[in-house]
Ligand binder design. Structure first.
Ligand code: CA
Length: 251
């Protein structure tokens, strides 16, 4: 079992009037982390992301309570996907009850860090990155029209940022009856830094900029603050949310 240090912070950024991001590290000591981003232009984005985070948090507590060394990866992944489905139902039910909230949704990312593994589930375009052995790897796939076009080879990655559909999501929580979330489990090692963030961070800072800050090895909280201030320095065009989980030596 590794000693885990974590910190989370959200910031409105410099251009938006509201912060529609939400996050939770409430169950961080047990290894549960969540980030969500309310859908821009939709009514109630703020409510959707908050509801989704609260719902996942509740499910995480149940999941984490029952986790043991014997828990199979597949079993854990199934539980996390179920939790995403539950959050989806909750957001949809709430939207049905209030006409002003019709069409609200959010992106959702959750990570469970347990023993020597991390299980990550996401829908939308929040990202999880792993900084390991001085190398940054993106663990999640964006569910955007543009990311899909790049994967199919119909769009040059360099042109992506200027594409008119750059911000258009293909999947989100609250939109369809069944949410289509991705889930994966990776091995973790002492010294790894697991970064969870909303698009307000990665739209402002590219991989090299993220790597430069993570490689400075500031303490967890300071690094989170540094990432957010740098995203604001680069324009702060959207709400910025960062959760950083540092994997320490064996406890
Ligand atoms: Ca955003």
């Amino acid at each position: 079992m590794f000693a885990v240090h974590y910190a989370g912070k959200t910031d409105r950024g410099l251009r938006r009037e509201h912060n529609e991001d939400a996050y939770s590290v409430r169950h961080g000591t047990l290894g549960g982390f969540v980030v969500a981003d309310g859908l821009g232009g939709h009514a109630g984005g703020e409510i959707a992301s908050q509801l989704a985070v609260e719902s996942i948090d509740e499910s995480l507590l149940e999941i984490l309570k029952d986790l043991s060394r014997e828990t199979e990866t597949e079993e854990l992944e199934t539980s996390v996907l179920k939790a995403m489905g539950k959050a989806n139902d909750l957001v949809r039910d709430r939207a049905k009850k209030d006409a002003a909230l019709t069409g609200m949704g959010c992106t959702l990312l959750t990570a469970i860090v347990y023993e020597s593994r991390a299980t990550i589930a996401q829908v939308g375009d929040c990202r999880a990155y792993m900084w390991t052995a001085e190398t940054l790897t993106q663990l999640t796939t964006d569910h955007t029209v543009v990311a899909d076009m790049i994967a199919k080879g119909t769009l040059d990655p360099e042109q992506a940022q200027h594409h008119p559909y750059f911000h258009v999501l293909e999947r989100a929580v609250g939109i369809e009856t069944d949410v289509r979330a991705d889930v994966r489990t990776i091995d973790i090692h002492a010294g790894d830094r697991l970064l969870l963030c909303s698009d307000g961070l990665w739209n402002m800072l590219d991989d090299d900029q993220l790597s430069a800050i993570l490689s400075e090895r500031e303490d967890t909280e300071r690094c989170v603050t540094h990432l957010i201030s740098e995203a604001n320095h680069m324009g702060g065009e959207d709400n910025i949310t960062v959760v950083l989980v540092d994997i320490g030596e064996d406890a």
